[in-house]
Design a binder for this molecule. Sequence first.
Ligand SMILES: Nc1ncnc2c1ncn2[C@@H]1O[C@H](COP(=O)(O)OP(=O)(O)OP(=O)(O)O)[C@@H](O)[C@H]1O
Ligand SMILES: [Mg+2]
Length: 267
Amino acid sequence: MSKTTVIAFANNKGGSGKTTTCSNVGCAMALMGKKVLLIDGDMQLNLTISYFDEEKALGYAQDGKTLYTALKEEKDLSDFIVETGIDGLDIVPSSSLMSSIEFDLFSKWQRELVLTKCLERVRAKGYYDYILIDAPPTLGGWVMNIMCASEYLVIPVEASPWGLFGLANMFDFCEQVKRVSPKLEILGIAITKADERKKYFKQTLETLQNIDGATLFNTYVRVDSAVEWAQDSSMPVVAFKKTSRSAVEYTNLAKEIMENVNRKERN
Ligand SMILES: Nc1ncnc2c1ncn2[C@@H]1O[C@H](COP(=O)(O)OP(=O)(O)OP(=O)(O)O)[C@@H](O)[C@H]1O
Ligand SMILES: [Mg+2]
């Protein structure tokens, strides 16, 4: 039985590339032979519709086969896993009902640990090498749950002036999470939607290379229209167009993430 490593993809800044990074890194890991479970933690369902058309995604919601039902009824997440159609890659779909999750968590016993408990049996089985959780662009009780259930945090950051704004809040929030769950570590910051032609990009790169509290992944992902074409076809770009620039970059990022995890686990 192997160890399952749980990684959260979070940043309170909206549109920073969390879902696209989570989806593609997870798919790239699966294409490299790993067993991966994706968990869609956002009411926008973007991770779910990265793999299924709207009709299918709404069907899962109607059947209650979603993260929301598992959390609300505090059930074992194993019963909410569906196949993505890509070998080795499964997902727990989301639903728009996640919009009320903060309210639902409020009355629960040990409310920061509801997801941790729902994940207990999936982790104990050790079937998955990695569980990747896509967080919504908030910092509240639900994202606290996501981070408490994770060993590592990847922070996708858009290389724009507003992309860096609020990062300090993210670090402060991590410190608060560590009081409840000391195992959480920031694995790294991943730059997304980079445009090397812009002068501002170099400035962002330098800022993030010298930032206190987190390391920057060497791999950054550039803006690539193939990402959106892939999303339009309900597929991650690493499966949709393997030779595209972003597919290669997401695959390199997945390799770097796995190397960093292995290095940390050895120490
Ligand atoms: N490498 C890329 N190249 C081109 N477009 C990209 C790339 N990465 C992300 N995008 C686009 O940027 C937008 C935001 O990305 P994404 O949804 O992954 O961010 P997010 O942080 O999950 O957003 P939210 O905070 O709303 O959950 C999407 O329209 C997506 O298609
Ligand atoms: Mg998202």
